[in-house]
Design a protein around this ligand. Structure first.
Ligand code: AMP
Length: 421
């Protein structure tokens, strides 16, 4: 299935393209036809499945028609962070449509939110508490809402928001399209869904588990030390055929060039290549001329090379589906494979979701005598406290007392991972 099958408005289709989405995720494939058809929907899906686009894209399609500068779609979320994230997603996907979104949550001034709403928005993404404040102060009008979306409903229940949601619902027209998304379905959410939804379609997606033949390893590393870590691992381990994934085309190209300079037989596969260059890269990788291929997700879609021994997530993928897809390039046909993931302090959330899907913690490994850097955490503070000039690089580990170096490495590699380590 392709996004073009949904016949989105050309502006929305262009935005989808710009977001880099080529194939709809499972929840998108299942939910979007019903939502575009105007049905209510109960979606059982976790974060990382692409559920935001699953409800945002059909909402944008509907909002393209009809009045502007009235709140016509409302998304309720349990946390400020999620509200902000959904709002940002909407801004990306609504680019060029003229449709505007506003996020509403506590901890920031109400005045800015009121001003934004007064300027005219069609979509609001709100946390229940602050939204009720606005309703009580009559600074928001929900009488034109045509679409209501409750995101992460089980989290809303956990946070005790159900009474607030019921109060909010009194301000929204009865005649509307509604959606409830939840990762789990406790009885309270089922009751809420019955209250909110009318003859809903239920769709459920579980994260597809990576193959059991793959062993997974995590390396904690700062962004700036990733290339050095990769070089180190490639030198130390036996990695006959390695597929490396980066987030962007430029990174794929530059990383392959750097690896070549280090003396590795590396090439890249990314969207900026001509068809002929792609063919040469693929053929070179298949024939063994290159034993390292650095690719982006999109370019790697069609890769079917048997005998890939290692997959390296130089950049952590956005979704569990992408993790499964990437790591599935190795360990094929009952062969065993290894998947190495480079994890920075920003990647904790998605790794937690991957681990939940795998049903186990991913093994953490460190490379002996390697400084994995830090993202402005412990060792930076240490060097400042020791009077080092700002930005000064640490001496190589080999230059320090070995026992001490090991202790320092262990702590500097521990950034941001308290919950998952
Ligand atoms: P969500 O589950 O909505 O939080 O989405 C998780 C991530 O998947 C986000 O970074 C989205 O940008 C990304 N995403 C959503 N849909 C797609 C798609 N069809 N292809 C690739 N990435 C996607």
């Amino acid at each position: 299935m392709n996004f073009s099958d949904f016949e989105f408005h050309p502006t929305i289709a262009a935005a989808i393209n710009k977001c880099g989405y080529t194939t709809p995720t499972a929840i998108q494939q299942q939910a979007m036809p019903h939502l575009l058809g105007g049905h209510d929907l109960l979606g059982l899906a976790q974060t990382g499945t692409g559920k935001t686009a699953a409800f945002v894209l059909p909402a944008l399609q509907k909002l393209q028609q009809g009045p502007r500068k009235k709140v016509r779609a409302m998304i309720l979320t349990p946390t400020r962070e999620l509200a902000e994230q959904v709002h940002e997603n909407i801004q990306q996907m609504a680019a060029g449509t003229g449709l505007r979104s506003c996020s509403i949550y506590g901890g920031v001034s109400k005045y800015g939110q009121i001003k934004k709403m007064q300027s005219g928005v069609e979509i609001i993404v709100a946390c229940p508490g602050r939204l009720l404040d606005h309703l009580n102060g009559r600074s928001i009008d929900l009488s034109n809402v045509e679409m209501l979306i409750l995101d992460e409903a089980d989290q809303m229940f956990d946070k005790g928001f159900l009474p607030d949601i019921r109060r909010i619902l009194k301000h929204v027209p009865q005649k509307r399209q509604s959606m409830v998304f939840s990762a789990t379905m406790p009885v309270e959410i089922r009751h809420l869904a019955e209250e909110v939804l009318s003859e809903p379609v239920t769709v459920q997606v579980d994260h597809e588990k990576p193959a059991a033949t793959i062993s997974h390893v995590l390396y904690k590393v700062s962004q700036g030390r990733k290339t050095a870590l990769l070089k180190n691992i490639l030198q130390q381990k036996h990695m006959p055929t390695t597929l490396v994934f980066t987030r962007t085309k430029h990174k794929a190209k530059n990383l392959a060039k750097q690896l070549e300079k280090f003396g590795f037989r590396a090439t890249s596969l990314q969207g900026n290549l001509s068809q002929n260059q792609r063919k040469l890269a693929m053929e070179g990788f298949k024939s063994g001329k290159f034993n390292i291929l650095v690719a982006t997700d999109i370019a790697a879609r069609g890769i079917d090379v048997s005998g890939i021994s290692h997959v390296v997530n130089y950049d952590v993928p956005d979704t569990v589906e992408a993790y499964t897809h990437r790591t599935g390039r190795t360990g094929r046909a009952e062969k065993t494979g290894e998947a190495f993931t480079f994890m920075t302090s920003d990647d904790g959330k998605i790794i937690q979701v991957v681990e939940r899907t795998l049903g186990k913690k991913i093994r953490r490994e460190t490379v002996a005598d390697f400084d994995c850097g830090n993202d402005g955490s412990s060792s930076h503070r240490r060097s400042k406290a020791a009077g080092s000039p700002k930005g000064a690089r640490r001496k190589p580990a080999s230059a320090r007392n070995k026992k001490n170096a090991t202790r320092q490495r262990a702590s500097s590699c521990d950034f941001g991972l308290k919950r998952v380590a």
